[in-house]
Design a protein around this ligand. Structure first.
Ligand SMILES: Cc1cc2nc3c(=O)[nH]c(=O)nc-3n(C[C@H](O)[C@H](O)[C@H](O)COP(=O)(O)OP(=O)(O)OC[C@H]3O[C@@H](n4cnc5c(N)ncnc54)[C@H](O)[C@@H]3O)c2cc1C
Length: 435
């Protein structure tokens, strides 16, 4: 009897070790990959709905930045510190913060592998890893950032160089670039150009500056209404626009920027610069591109209306890392986080997903330190304006919205999972007559 008992105990132990001991180090109802705008806002909503310790956010950084403010930092209108918060201060309560990076996605097994090697399992996965900057894809960078005049608002390590370049500007070309890849906030490369134009005018240097927008794009803006307004702005301010030009090399010794002509990439055009503001090529993280979550272009492949993954029903995604066919902005994430959370919870409770994303996105196009064209539009590139005025006009009130109201909404509402975009206010301000 004793012999049988010890054998059976051994067998139970063996079975337990073989089949029941999990390979992963921890398991959550929802794992969120990325703690930026999208990850934090969805985390806050889900923690409220599901309770403590059900949701984990995998995020490596110590700091969380309000990136939309970097345009104003570059022009000296705000400080960099005003855009930064400790990650621990924005991490929603009840959420487990795993301070690590996602190294690999295994959606077939409902696990993610951390860069440290540990595996985390989930019932639901939300991907919110944004896009990475690839300065190194431009020959001569990032080293050229060590030299005068070369700057970029797109990174906290290079944004202060923009103001330095403006302060030190003497005479010559001030060139603002736009790359041949999808980017976050496609309006940002030109906003800083308008602020630079104003700065140089105020400091008596504008007549010595030749400002130019050298863009790989085909036009100034994708939405006709705002493109017309912006074309007027560049014309009135004597700013040159050169489309179909992609920055491929910076030569700091001779202060030259080399652009490939997209119509014929073998051909290049070289411009001397006194100031060169660079918007770098961007792409999703390798962990996304190498996974079965990605489409052919490397973006997380989701349904445009629900934000649910096209292949894996327990995977949702939002923000810059997705192939949602709209402009990548925090304003878009504001709508997406509400819709994603509602649809994920519906799916979890076997209810139909009823929340539909119309592609709402917004770009406050600062044209000076007291004027802004507040572009708001949907998947069809149709204006979807919140305020009952023509937002295609440069307005002081829209500047206040950008500089004061939106930062307040970001820190106090969006990151707390309490802002799902301006849809309600839009309807209210248009007496229910708007979409
Ligand atoms: C200069 C500039 C101006 C802008 N202006 C505006 C504007 O005026 N209006 C507007 O609405 N939007 C603007 N934006 C865009 C806006 O900031 C982004 O669209 C928004 O932050 C996207 O949110 P996200 O969650 O998709 O990505 P992010 O907020 O970038 O977050 C991604 C997170 O994923 C993390 N991550 C990356 N790799 C991994 C990994 N392997 N594992 C785990 N985590 C990872 C990152 O550390 C980061 O915290 C601007 C952006 C810039 C740079």
């Amino acid at each position: 009897m004793a012999a049988w008992s010890s054998k059976s105990t051994f067998a139970v132990r063996l079975l337990t070790n073989m089949s029941f001991s999990p390979r992963y180090s921890s398991s959550y109802e929802v794992v969120i990959a990325g703690g930026g705008t999208g990850g934090i806002s969805v985390g806050a909503r889900l923690a409220r709905a599901l309770g403590k310790d059900k949701v984990a956010i995998i995020e490596p950084s110590n700091d969380h930045y309000y990136q939309p403010m970097w345009t104003m930092v570059g022009a000296g209108l705000k400080t960099l510190s005003a855009t930064r918060s400790a990650m621990s201060d924005v991490m929603p309560s009840g959420v487990k913060w795993i301070q690590n990076s996602v190294g690999k996605f295994n959606p077939e097994e409902n696990t993610v592998q951390l860069a440290s090697g540990e595996e985390i399992s989930y019932k639901y996965l939300v991907v919110a890893m944004g896009m990475n900057l690839h300065f190194e894809k431009i020959k001569g960078l990032p080293d050229a950032f060590e030299t005068p005049g070369v700057c970029s608002n797109y990174s906290p390590t290079t944004v202060l160089k923009t103001l330095e370049a403006l302060k030190n500007f003497k005479e010559g070309n001030a060139i603002f670039t736009f790359p041949a890849s999808p980017i976050k906030c496609p309006g940002a490369p030109q906003k800083i150009m308008y602020l630079a134009d104003e700065y140089l005018s105020k400091h008596g240097k504008r007549d010595k500056a030749n400002i130019m927008f050298n863009s790989a794009g085909a036009g100034i803006f994708a939405v006709k209404k705002y493109a017309e307004s912006l074309t007027k702005v560049v014309t009135d301010r004597n700013i040159a626009t050169n489309f179909g030009l992609n920055l491929v090399e910076v030569k700091p010794d001779t202060k030259e920027a080399v652009f490939a002509k997209l119509a014929n990439p073998e051909e290049t055009e070289t411009y001397r610069y006194e100031m060169l503001h660079i918007t770098p090529p961007m792409a999703t993280a390798e962990a996304i591109r190498d996974s079965t979550l990605a489409d052919a272009a490397g973006f997380v492949d989701v349904q445009s209306k629900t934000t649910q993954h096209k292949k894996f029903q327990n995977v949702f995604a939002l923000g810059d890392c997705t192939n949602l066919p709209t402009s990548r902005t925090a304003a878009a994430v504001a709508c997406q986080n509400k819709i994603l959370t509602a649809n994920l919870l519906s799916h979890r409770e076997s209810r139909p997903q009823t929340m539909v994303y119309d592609g709402y996105t917004s770009c406050p196009l600062l044209t000076s330190s007291n004027s802004c064209i507040l572009a708001e539009f949907d998947y069809n590139l149709e204006p979807l304006e919140t305020f009952p005025v023509n937002q295609g006009k440069e307005r002081r009130t829209m500047y206040s919205v950008k500089s004061t109201l939106l930062p307040f909404v970001y820190w106090n509402m969006l990151l707390k999972g309490r802002w799902g975009g301006p849809g309600f206010y839009r309807k209210l301000m248009h007496f229910g007559m708007s979409k």
